[in-house]
Write a protein of this length. Structure first.
Length: 698
């Protein structure tokens, strides 16, 4: 259902009937900017300068003529009555949300003066903080990266979502590469592993349903009985963080059944003999004890994977947000190599396709790392921002962080251990600039807030990590109020900082034309998307992007992958588990995407309020009844949630659906109050789903 926009006073309004002839409706090519593998092509209908609706581009095969509920309401977001339309400066305590409108000149002069003063003394005391509020190559890290490289600011390690899985794919396959999503309907067995595509990838779900109707068997491997699990043939509800043990048990069963493709292993897998005995030691019974499932279910899954072909795995990032997430992805990624599933275009594995897009992206031209001029600034991990904002200068850490420029992110809501994140941003001596579309939790803590455009108001270029098309997003309407694209904001800031290199004058058209290699930009503009030249079955004859073209078992510096238990688990921390016996995971609520859509009232109304799913047995043992308020707590903090007693969660696991803005939650906190900042085994990623808690009636 399309939602008609409400128009703030600063936006053009549709003329009343009869007072002015309406211009014809025109359609503008767009691309969904959000952190989702589907990267949909949009068609924006515009009349008299107003965006009437956002729909799927019916001609784009990957978008399949449909959008998710969230993006189909994008006009509601763009014309939201609480849109930030003017620069603001803080006039009250940090976090109070007390701001005063100022001019762009005052805002930019203030920011430039403060950054100059810090950069003269120690440029590394300045930190950019950004992620995937937009996945666009221009409004993401283009002009922004140029400015921070020229300054010599600290570098940000962008890890908060996918870096453990990405590092694992690179160690095993040589890059973030995999199957082409459009061939899943030809699969006869699909393992949906650590994914709830009805919520997070609706177009893949459509393809999986096509396969199901054609006779394919679908398995869901997930601690939670999700909407997707309900519609699969089988659901294996393992404990959070035990995916590596399950993968080893499957591998052991493949070896015992002699269900290996020996020819494929000999020619295209390096080091298989180094994991053979290790896998054989993981019997279904051993894995069942660790995973908390029946051994017979593991045997059934192994038998299906050994005998039903072609078999495909759709892996997602939820399962790698634990201590051993990287090792688990490496183990799962080896499974299609051992069975030769890669020989068929509908066999293999897909976690990320961004490695294919990397071959077409021209990041160095956009981001200009040469502007560092030989300097090697320190690197700060975005997932440890809470502790890092509270650190003093030291030889190991470097200078104290004195200024943070936040764009395309909302760290107070999304970063782990959020009480500490909030304490860092509440420092009175920290100068904080936030580029935003709304007054988020993070914007409430800013000194200067700069109004940024939405996707309907700027030019951008998009690649995908779920398919192999590139897309162009044309501006459909003029920016509302005084909002500006990120690129324009950083260009203006560069001028005030005195940066006179010609690259700081590149306009968005120039940036768009340099963003991609070997893509005809004019053809891209005419059609709205272009297809990358990726083979249908890319690894049918090996050819992985590794040094020797083989998939790797014993990776340099990493060794052979193994099961690594969670930081917070009976195996690794029995005393902690005795005090906090419930494992908490925090997947996204169906109508939210990270923290992006939480302030869209129609979507928030559907979600209701922050909730905790808990099993009937776990609830009864704690005196919790359905619909009651509960305290969820550990040593790091406490939150209050509404109990949903159901079989969605598995025994010993509670599900805190995310990710609410703190200030829109009844108690001013969200699930990240309880998560910690310890990092994964590889990729330096956060371990959000490696979290023990206890629950009591409020």
């Amino acid at each position: 259902m399309d939602v008609q926009p409400s128009f703030p006073a600063s936006s053009p309004a549709l003329s009343p009937a009869g007072t002015e002839a309406a211009s014809p409706v025109r359609h503008v090519h767009g691309a969904c900017p959000h952190d989702c593998p589907d990267t949909c092509a949009l068609r924006v209908s515009v009349q008299n300068g107003v965006a009437l609706r956002v729909q799927a581009d019916p001609e784009h095969e990957r978008t399949l003529g449909a959008l998710c509920t969230k993006v189909s309401r994008y006009t509601e977001r763009t014309y939201h009555p609480e849109r930030l339309l003017y620069p603001m400066k803080r006039v009250g305590p940090k976090g109070s949300g007390q701001f005063q409108r100022i001019s762009w000149d005052e805002a930019l002069d203030t920011v430039a003066a403060r950054l100059k003063e810090i950069a003269v003394r120690e440029p590394q005391a300045i930190l950019p903080y950004s992620y995937a509020g937009t996945m666009g190559l221009l409004q993401g890290e283009a002009m922004a990266a140029r400015v921070f490289h020229k300054l010599g600011a600290s570098l940000l390690e962008r890890t908060i979502c996918a870096s453990a899985g990405g590092a694992a794919l690179a160690a095993t396959y040589g890059g973030k590469v995999g199957m082409q999503v459009q061939f899943f309907p030809e699969s006869k067995l699909i393992l949906i592993w650590g994914s709830n595509p009805i919520t997070s990838s609706v177009h893949f779900w459509t393809l999986a349903q096509q396969a199901k109707r054609a006779g394919a068997k679908l398995w869901c491997i997930d601690p939670r009985r999700t909407d997707s699990a309900d519609k699969c043939h089988r659901h294996l509800a393992l404990r959070p963080g035990t995916d590596g043990a399950l993968a080893l048990a499957l591998m052991g069963e493949l070896i015992r059944q002699d269900a290996l493709d020996h020819d494929y292993i000999r020619r295209h897998v390096s080091g298989f003999e180094k994991i053979r005995e290790q896998a054989l030691a993981w019997t279904p019974e051993r894995a069942a004890e660790v995973c908390g499932v029946e051994a017979g279910l593991i045997r059934e899954l192994a038998h299906d994977y050994a005998t039903v072909k072609p078999a495909a795995i759709r892996l997602n990032y939820g399962m790698q947000r634990v201590r051993g997430g990287g090792n688990a992805v490496r183990l799962i990624a080896l499974l299609p190599c051992l069975t030769g599933a890669w020989r068929h275009r509908a066999g293999g594995l897909l976690l990320s396709a961004s490695g294919w897009a990397a071959q077409a992206r021209n990041d160095a031209a956009l981001q200009r790392p040469d502007l560092l001029a030989g300097r090697r600034p320190r690197v700060i991990n975005m997932s440890t921002i809470g502790q890092d904002l509270l650190r003093e200068a030291s030889p190991d850490f470097g200078p104290k962080v004195e200024a943070v420029v936040v764009y395309n992110s909302n760290p107070l809501a999304v970063a782990p251990q959020s009480a500490q994140v909030a304490a860092g941003f509440q420092r009175e001596d920290l100068f904080t600039v936030v580029l935003e579309q709304f007054m988020t939790d993070t914007a409430d803590h800013a000194d200067i807030v700069l109004p940024a455009t939405t996707q309907l108001e700027h030019l951008d270029v998009h690649t995908s990590y779920g398919h192999t098309d590139v897309l162009l997003n044309e501006p459909a309407i003029a920016p509302l109020g005084e909002a500006r694209p990120n690129t324009e904001i950083f260009r203006a800031l560069a001028a005030r900082l005195g940066f006179d290199e010609p690259c700081f004058k590149d306009d968005d058209e120039m940036l768009a034309r340099m963003a991609l290699k070997n893509i005809d930009f004019d053809a891209l503009r005419a059609r709205g998307w272009a297809r990358l030249p990726v083979p249908d079955a890319p690894f049918a004859e090996g050819g992985f992007p590794t040094a020797d073209g083989k998939a790797v078992v014993d990776a340099p510096g990493l060794g052979v992958p193994d099961f690594v238990p969670n930081y917070e688990s009976v195996q690794a921390s029995p005393e902690l588990a005795a005090r906090y016996p419930l494992a908490m995971i925090s997947p996204p609520a169906r109508h939210f995407l990270n923290s992006t859509f939480v302030n869209v009232k129609s979507l928030r109304d559907v979600e209701g309020e922050p909730a905790l799913e808990i099993t009937p047995d776990d609830a009864m043992a704690r005196g919790v009844v359905d619909g009651s308020l509960v305290r969820v707590f550990n040593d790091r903090g406490e939150i209050t949630l509404r109990a949903r007693v159901s079989t969605r969660a598995r025994a010993g696991v509670v599900v805190g659906l995310g990710l609410w803005w703190r200030k829109l939650a009844p108690d001013g906190r969200n699930v990240n109050e309880l998560t910690h900042q310890r990092l994964t085994d590889m990729g330096n990623a956060p371990s959000f789903y490696d979290c023990l808690v206890e629950v009591r009636p409020a």
